[in-house]
Design a binder for this molecule. Sequence first.
Ligand code: SIN
Ligand code: MN
Length: 212
Amino acid sequence: MTVLPRGVKHIPGHLDVAAQRALVEEIRAVVAAAPLYRPGMPRSGKPMSVRMTNCGVLGWVTDRDRGYRYQPTHPVTGLPWPAIPKPLLDLWDAVANHPSPPEACLVNFYAEDAKMGLHQDRDEQDLTAPVVSVSLGDSCLFRVGETTRGGRTTSIRLDSGDVVILGGEGRLAFHGVDRIYPSTSALLKNGGRINLTLRRVTRPGEMRGQLT
Ligand code: SIN
Ligand code: MN
């Protein structure tokens, strides 16, 4: 068995195929209202290989001029993000072990050549809540390490329906996606991988207006 860093939990096959299909339909509706776009890296503006959108009261975005941040509206359409679908709120209730609901759900779409470098999720003000991640579609090679850059890392394969939780001591674990395994799932008719990450952003009782 692969030993994961403390606070990092992998639940293989948490969602069965029916639940995965239902979730894909929900995400299609999210993407219809809030189209996938290609974000730019801070400062360089270099486009990420992953396309993104969000649902929830806040969404995670990045661009050359303003960098990583959360905001209540889609950067291209200017519209508020659609609501987080009920099955994802239910998933959070089932696995997050946290009293407040998620505020943000980042939707990442990986075409077969997309990847994501090792990084920490640290743009949230409330780090007491876990990050809950769901994989749909093609499998990937996911890498997770310690909370310091350059620490030891472990690689695991994530398949469609798997859930990963970064919580407690693992909340700031470095993680990334080294590669997609094309044609390993029939869930998405044109292939690729969707990753959904549910996050709390603000501290309890904090004014949302402070985040812009
Ligand atoms: C992320 O860190 O935002 C995505 C992780 C993943 O795709 O599994
Ligand atoms: Mn991340």
